[in-house]
Design a protein around this ligand. Structure first.
Ligand SMILES: Cc1cc2nc3c(=O)[nH]c(=O)nc-3n(C[C@H](O)[C@H](O)[C@H](O)COP(=O)(O)OP(=O)(O)OC[C@H]3O[C@@H](n4cnc5c(N)ncnc54)[C@H](O)[C@@H]3O)c2cc1C
Ligand code: SF4
Length: 494
């Protein structure tokens, strides 16, 4: 899965596309993601050939062997490749001139806007740059949703406070359109079925595999879901996985869509009166704010970021994360969705999955491996800052200035999961108490000193003042039992 172009003397450009067996089997991956990647690459090769390019499409044991084979056969004078988004691949690219014995030009990565404009080029890795500050600088520079005088349209940079609504029972989100697999995709599906160690299965694969198909999904999102994106951005429901989200991250991360294409299209929908400002700004903040910020933070903090463990988490991920079989109703739904389809929306990732892992003290690298395996849109550059930074706060607060932790109270307010759960969302202790409650209070007690030092967590920790010594002891004892019962065991080396 590498694309490069080679030039032999003055002869035309030749495009090299490479499927590496070593990369495909590096760890278990979501099978639907493998179909998406391989089918998109093969469709791209077909498109290039139809446009008159010579394409060398290789299947190789690893990238270097494949590139060496290409160079030996075609004797190019120069190789061009786009800078990889991921740290390890970028390091590999730097070794290519020596390894191949020819000039290699690494071109800027066009999948991110921070490649064109870095709002804080000199910020030391230790300096805290908050997402809100970063986002404003990006809005200003790219002139997105601005008045003529440079002020934000609507006189506010964020309309987040107006969003955060649960989904009303009377509202049913529209089903997203499906793309039936063509012959090329069907062929890839048959190959992926035979690959060992995959997550989920290829049945029901219905994703876009070309730019045209992805652009059609963008158009449907703008027409059918963007208007409700803002209010229900944080809502969770058993009735819909996507709700009013775009579902476009796999295509952005693969290069089938470009971030500015989404941003300008959403902005236009606002100017055309097709979607309100709170929804359009909310969506723009995800793409121009969060996505760019995470990529920027990744490059600022790697490789150290992927080793961080600020809360000294020492437990293992339970086996049921790989099956979805659990009596925690919210987790059962989120895990089953992730394992079967490779998708859950942001709040399920953050406020269910990593929230529980943070409260339970699961080692960050285990959580990261699980996410990388399960999701369609998973890549190192986006997973590491989201898991280590935003989800687990393992980087000491460089990315998210407070840990995203919540009890069942939040989940109950924002979802319909608790009503049919065997646990009681309102109970803190006892056999029916929701594990989120017990583990939330246990986390506050265990890390009280560090949490009290964080001004953003003041109100949450204040609740501890109301607990008696006996109540604290009961919470801690029951939490230990629940952690063991749920399979969050101490890691052998911890
Ligand atoms: C623990 C955890 C793991 C995550 N792993 C990934 C991942 O592997 N790949 C990935 O692309 N996103 C990841 N995210 C971010 C976010 O959850 C997904 O981008 C989003 O859910 C994708 O669904 P969507 O396209 O429907 O998003 P929408 O809600 O429609 O948002 C629009 C777009 O904004 C971008 N975006 C929003 N938030 C983020 C963010 N925090 N980081 C990066 N981009 C963002 C995405 O490109 C997304 O497509 C993760 C978040 C958390 C908390
Ligand atoms: S009661 Fe607890 S475990 Fe059950 S769905 Fe609600 S938050 Fe999840």
């Amino acid at each position: 899965m590498v694309a490069a172009a080679s030039v032999a003397g003055t002869s035309p450009v030749r495009v090299v596309l490479l499927e590496s067996s070593a990369r495909l089997s590096q760890q278990p991956y979501q099978r639907k993601k493998l179909v998406l990647l391989l089918s998109a690459m093969r469709h791209y090769a077909a498109l290039l050939r139809a446009q008159g390019y010579e394409v060398d499409y290789l299947h190789a044991p690893d990238f270097l062997t494949g590139l060496r084979e290409h160079c030996q056969r075609t004797q190019p004078g120069h190789l061009f490749t786009m800078a990889a988004a991921e740290y390890a691949t970028r390091q590999f690219q730097l070794t290519l001139p020596d390894a191949l014995g020819l000039p290699v030009t690494i071109l800027p990565n066009t999948q991110f806007l921070v490649g064109q404009f870095d709002p804080f080029p000199d910020a030391a890795p230790t300096r805290t740059v908050m997402m809100a500050t970063f986002y404003r600088a990006m809005r200003r520079h790219f002139a997105v949703l601005l008045e003529k005088d440079g002020a934000p349209i609507g006189q506010k940079w964020s309309f987040d406070a107006e969003n955060r609504k649960p989904l009303p029972r009377t509202l049913t989100p529209p089903e997203p359109p499906v793309n039936e697999p063509d012959l090329l995709t069907q062929q890839v599906m048959e190959e992926v079925v035979r690959m060992p160690n995959g997550i989920g299965d290829v049945t029901g694969f219905n994703l876009a595999v070309t730019h045209t198909e992805a652009a059609q999904l963008l158009a449907t999102f703008l027409g059918e879901r963007l208007a409700n994106f803002g209010p229900y951005e944080d809502a969770m429901t058993m009735r819909s996985a996507l709700l009013y989200h775009s579902g476009l991250s796999p295509y952005l991360n693969l290069g089938l869509l470009e971030p500015m294409q989404l941003i300008r299209a959403a902005e236009q929908a606002y100017h055309d009166g097709k979607a309100p400002l709170n929804s359009v700004e909310g969506f723009v903040r995800q793409v121009l704010g969060w996505r760019e910020y995470m990529y920027w933070q990744y490059w600022r903090q790697m490789p150290a970021l992927a080793t961080k463990n600020a809360w000294n988490a020492t437990r293992t991920l339970p086996a049921w994360f790989w099956t979805g079989t659990t009596d925690l109703n919210c987790l059962h739904h989120a895990l089953t969705r992730a394992l079967q389809t490779g998708y859950t929306h942001h709040i399920e990732r953050l406020m269910l999955l990593t929230n529980l892992c943070l409260l339970a003290g699961v080692q960050p690298h285990e959580v990261n491996t699980w996410f990388l395996a399960a999701y369609l849109d998973a890549y190192d550059w986006v997973m590491v800052p989201n898991v280590f930074g935003m989800g687990l706060n393992a980087d000491g607060g460089g990315i998210a200035t407070k840990p995203y932790i919540a009890s069942a109270n939040y989940i109950n307010k924002m979802s319909d999961y608790c009503a049919s759960c065997r646990y009681n969302a309102k109970q803190r202790t006892g056999p029916d108490a929701c594990p989120f409650n017990l583990l939330y209070w246990n986390f506050l007690i265990t890390h009280e000193e560090a949490l009290r030092a964080n001004p953003r967590l003041g109100p949450a920790v204040l609740g501890l003042n109301r607990l008696t010594t006996e109540e604290r002891a009961v919470i801690q004892q029951e939490a230990l039992l629940v952690l063991e019962r749920l399979g969050f065991h101490q890691a052998a080396e911890a």
